[in-house]
Each structure stands twice: as C-alpha cells, then as structure tokens.
Design a protein around this ligand. Structure first.
Ligand SMILES: Cc1cc2nc3c(=O)[nH]c(=O)nc-3n(C[C@H](O)[C@H](O)[C@H](O)COP(=O)(O)O)c2cc1C
Length: 203
C-alpha cells in the first residue's frame, strides 16, 4: 500500500501562492540543516545562454528579495534582461518551489536598512569584492580586504551603490512535492489579469 503525501487541504484552499510559500518556508526553516533561504537564480545573457547560481532570499513581500553586486555577471544580465527564475529545493522535506518573474532593483533606503544589519566584516567584503571580476591571484582579495579594514578603522561602513537588492515579482509559482512511486504532485499558479489561476500538472 503506497503512502500518498498530497497537498494539505488548507493549501489547496489558499487563493494566493504566497500563502503556500510561507507555510513551506516555515517548515523548511525548522527542517533544513543549512540555508533554507538558499535559492538558485537563473538569468539569461545576450546570446540567450542561461546562467544559474545560488543566492539567499532575504525578504518576502509582494516579491522575493535578494542582494548582490550590480556589476556582477548576474547584475549585468539582469540589467539587460529583467526576466529571471528562482528555484528552491528543500531536500529534508522533499519539496521544490519554482518561481518565474521580472526583477527590479529595490529602493536604496531598503538596501541601506538591510546593509546596516550585516556584520562589519560582511559589509566590508561586499564593498571590496568586485564580484565576478578576475583576480590577479588567490591572495589578491584577502590582501585588499585587510588593507580596506585598516584604512577604515573607526569609520562608518556605508553601502556602496553597486551593492543592491533585487526583487523578483512572480508571474508563475509552482509547488512540487514528493510522493511514492514518483507520483509527485505539482501545483502551478499563473498570474492572469492580476489574479492567480491554478493548474495541477503531471509530474
Ligand atoms: C548558499 C549560497 C548562497 C549565496 N548567496 C548569495 C547572495 O545572496 N548574493 C550573492 O551575490 N551571491 C551569493 N552567493 C554566491 C553566488 O552563488 C555567486 O557565486 C556569486 O553571486 C557570483 O555570481 P555571478 O558571477 O553569476 O554574478 C551564494 C552562494 C551560495 C552557495
């Protein structure tokens, strides 16, 4: 007799996918050993070549907010093509969430507020790292980091304008959950005329 772990009834009654996301994310926060807020972020370059890497989800409001360097590879790609996708996989609860949408840079004051909560060392790292640029060797970054720390002793560390927050406003959110015999379940929400429609998909 197979066990069948479907969506919970309350999840099926939610009208907004954000509500399911909140529930799953809370569950992931208690179950995942490391980084339940880690998500893969896909962007696309000028040649249509996708590029994917992990980032951390730092805020959920009407979108999903992460922080990065505007001059990094992802920053350059997002500047030209605002379409992006993110994917969470919470292994310990065997759930996946895929999100597609448009990305925009959050207000500077919001980024300042978050930047100021970070440890001094992380703020300095964000300033010194010319993210995605080529180093002259393995020690260059740590050398520059130490020099910067010395030069800033006793001084305030302010967010540089190239360190920004991005908000992905979703137009599709898909929830996947594991079931026995690969009878996995998929529930996909699409934003149409400002309201969410839902479809169940074959796994
Ligand atoms: C778990 C995890 C979380 C990460 N979080 C971030 C993040 O929030 N922001 C960021 O810029 N890079 C983050 N990184 C590093 C990126 O994956 C990536 O190496 C970096 O942003 C450069 O990517 P790019 O050259 O494609 O722009 C994280 C890496 C890992 C493994």
């Amino acid at each position: 007799m197979q066990t069948y772990d479907g969506f919970k009834e309350k999840e099926l009654n939610y009208t907004s996918p954000f509500e399911i996301f909140y529930d799953w994310f809370e569950e992931a926060k208690t179950e995942e050993i490391n980084d339940p807020d880690a998500m893969s972020l896909a962007t696309v370059n000028d040649d249509g070549q996708p590029n994917v890497r992990m980032v951390l989800l730092k805020k959920i409001d009407h979108g999903f907010v992460f922080f990065s360097n505007k001059n990094s590879q992802k920053g350059i790609e997002l500047n030209k093509n605002k379409s992006a996708a993110v994917c969470f996989h919470w292994k310990s609860i065997r759930k996946q969430v895929r999100i597609k949408g448009e990305v925009s840079i959050i207000a500077p004051i919001e980024a300042d507020n978050y930047f100021d909560t970070r440890p001094r060392g992380s703020r300095i790292g964000a300033i010194v790292s010319k993210q995605s640029s080529v180093l002259s060797g393995p020690d260059q970054f740590s050398k520059e980091y130490s020099e910067f720390i010395e030069s800033m002793e006793g001084k305030e560390i302010i967010r540089p304008d190239y360190w920004v927050g991005y908000r992905i406003i979703p137009n599709e959110i898909e929830f996947w959950l594991n079931s026995d015999f690969r009878l996995h379940q998929r529930l996909k929400f699409r934003l149409q005329d400002k309201s969410w429609t839902r479809d169940y998909l074959y796994p």
